[in-house]
Design a protein around this ligand. Sequence first.
Ligand code: SF4
Length: 388
Amino acid sequence: MDPGEDDFIDFDWHDSQLQSLLLAADKGLTSTIQNPLTNSPTSEPPSIPDIEDLITSTSPYARHRRRRGFLSVSDLVRMEWCGLQFHYTLESLEQRTDTPAMKVGREIHQALELEVHDVVDVEIHTREDMWGLRLLNCLIGLEEMLITGKTRELNVFGFIHDDNDLHSSSSSTDRYLVFGVIDEISRDPPISLSFPTSSDITWRLSDTKTRVHPHLPSPTTNTAPKFQMMLYKHLFDALTRGPQHFDHTLFFSLLRLNPATGFSHALHAHLPPTPASEPWTLNTLLHATLTRFALFPPLSPTLTLAYLWQRTMEPLGDVAFRHDEGVLREHLRRAIGYWGGRKMDDVMKGVEVKEAYRCHGCEYNERCEWRARKAQELADGNEETRTE
Ligand code: SF4
């Protein structure tokens, strides 16, 4: 999708980076967030390989994500803006530069988050620390939901099955671990004395998007945010089923983590006491997190995109829509088919002529083969019309 239109952060992490720990504003709660991927700026246009050269014997997942062990939610929805742009960016050796609009959008999101809780930095030293911090983020965010009726930047994760492999039935080899960060969940009605899981309470998912232009996007341009939100709900709802429905073994195996490993002192200092006063391990922290998720019902099927104008922070309006599991599954079949390397053609397409406006801000504009081909087809069609 167009990074200039919406704030759209890729939630990749680096093992060695400092992670942020949030301190909730009230009641001594703590919550954590990760730092977004930082891109090194470059003034040179990115080099792009020929389309034919991009089809290799290994899958995009094997080349770009297997080492880290998971796909981000962004990895599964970004191709909605232009599949070819997504593909070029993934295969380009140079990292993409954040646009000014993306930077402003990120700052606005950080400011919104600070309205809910404060932030402190925690130094992490190991991969186990990094995932321990993510799980701690979940625990604290869920506690914040129970106590205040609202949280922001909630970490969620789960498995997506590759429906393209018709010969398999959910074996561990065709499931991908997916990780994402939900912008906001709030209780409806807002916090009261009633028990949070009672049937008259719903939990609503919303996502604030910032816009460069002072108007709502057209319905055709916000399909990626809609899939993004449906995927968040899908992941959250699966986590509410509890620890017995979560494949712990696959989780640790894909991430190449030792579940019996503890944490470094810096992270340990932020963990709550364990019930049996034994040191936390990744396994016990995962179990505690999944148990906490199970306190909640599935999220409301009504999802809301809230748009703000970047220049003034003025609300531009909300777009509410219903979760559709069938539509989401069809999108995921296409996205996972690409990452698995068997259905890459479904994604590796440029935009249609009527969507050519998307090419204007694209960094591959001048060398894009698809765009050149479409332009030639258009010219040939005009020539035929003239000679008839
Ligand atoms: S120039 Fe247009 S078709 Fe080509 S990659 Fe960019 S957005 Fe897609």
